[in-house]
Write a protein that binds this ligand. Structure first.
Ligand code: PEP
Ligand code: MN
Length: 372
């Protein structure tokens, strides 16, 4: 059960203290306060766990400071959609709003290699009105002998260049808790010129200790990718780990599944699950066409498979696209063969805009035809 308190409820106030006093004496029930400080108001939600079935909704609603009460199912308590649950999925980070209604493109380098490539990438993004990118500093690699990413050494120039070119959010994978501190320190040292969305890669989807640590901080939003060999339910529960620890600024990423039925592509593309994740949870959904398709193969119509699956995901309502680009793919240290080139950026963006327009028209059409 979730109690949603009246905005700006004062923890020192008499009514709040009365509420806490009541909750403290409930048998077999634990509770946890979740506070979200927005620009205009502070929102508090109280999560009750345990023997809540016997609690009456009406009675709980009559308690001091309580505005609304939501009875949640066991699944995905914080991030899930529950009956009569009108809580928003929206969050804002560094001036960019994420929700199940928005769409943002994070085109960029799979792995940071040189400052020149970072600069050319960001320059191109700014020239095309983009304010988000992807930049890998910590790379989880299959072979221990492969390039592992420049790590914290590249962060200062990546952040400074982001500031120079108006980039507001960089998706950056972390593979260890120490990376969060390294990112925070580098942002601070460079005067916070940009923001970072921490990325949990598919290999770490069920690294629960990492999830708990990343979930305990609320400074950075998190993109968590679906595990490539586990069920969707297991991956959504992994996302819930972040939220249950306090960070609800979570985006869920689809990136294809490991199955040899996906042979022509690096992974089996799973973007049909965009609407499924949006139905089961309130998270914005990201698609990663690069790591699911993994090649620059094109169909006889001249359209790259990567662009085809982007269109499929966007037409189905995706909210974020994480996609590999590189100014010189043949020189990329990681995943060059799947990178799109800067010359392809305007084509890519126009194609996405077409698919997005189609999605919005489809939503309007559904409103006309589907009653109730
Ligand atoms: C990536 O986005 O760079 C990446 C390694 O993705 P994934 O975790 O989906 O393999
Ligand atoms: Mn990659």
């Amino acid at each position: 059960m979730i109690l949603i308190l009246t905005p700006n409820s004062d923890p020192q106030g008499a009514e709040y203290q009365q509420l806490v006093g009541f909750l403290d004496q409930l048998p077999n029930i634990q509770y946890r306060m979740h506070v979200e400080q927005g620009v205009l108001q502070r929102l508090t939600e109280v999560y009750l766990i345990g023997d809540t079935a016997a609690l009456s909704l009406d009675y709980m609603k009559s308690l001091p400071c309580v505005e609304r009460v939501v009875r949640v199912s066991e699944e995905y308590r914080v991030l899930g959609r529950h009956k009569d649950d009108t809580r928003t999925s929206e969050f804002e980070y560094n001036g960019v709003t994420f929700s199940q209604d928005h769409l943002h493109i994070f085109a960029g380098l799979c792995a940071v290699d040189t400052p020149e490539h970072v600069e050319r990438m960001m320059q191109a993004l700014q020239a095309h009105g983009q304010v988000c990118t992807r930049m890998g500093a910590y790379k989880p690699r299959t072979s221990p002998y492969s390039f592992q990413g420049h790590g914290k050494n590249c962060l200062p120039y990546v952040f400074e260049l982001a500031g120079k070119y108006g980039i507001k959010v960089i998706a950056m994978e972390i593979t260890h808790e120490s990376h969060v501190e390294e990112i925070r320190a580098a942002l601070h040292a460079t005067g916070n010129p940009t923001g970072v969305m921490l990325q949990i890669g598919t290999r770490n989807t069920q690294n629960f200790e990492l999830l708990k640590i990343v979930g305990r901080q609320q400074e950075f939003p998190v993109l968590i990718k679906r595990g490539f060999g586990i069920t969707l339910d297991e991956s959504l529960n992994a996302a819930e780990y972040l939220a249950s620890e306090g960070n609800r600024k979570v985006v869920f990423g689809l990136r294809g599944m490991k199955t040899n039925m996906g042979d022509p592509h690096r992974n089996f593309v799973d973007f049909a699950h965009v609407p499924v994740v949006k139905r089961l949870t309130r998270m914005p959904v990201c698609i990663d066409p690069s790591h699911s398709v993994g090649t620059r193969a094109a169909g006889p119509d001249g359209i790259l498979d990567i662009m085809q699956v982007v269109a499929q995901g966007v037409v189905a309502g995706a909210n974020m696209i994480l996609v590999d680009f590189h100014p010189a793919p043949s020189k990329a240290l990681v995943d060059g063969p799947q990178a799109l080139t800067l010359a392809e950026l305007p084509h890519f963006l126009e194609d996405v805009a077409l698919a997005r327009e189609t999605y919005l028209q489809r939503v309007a059409l559904a409103k006309q035809y589907v009653k109730g």
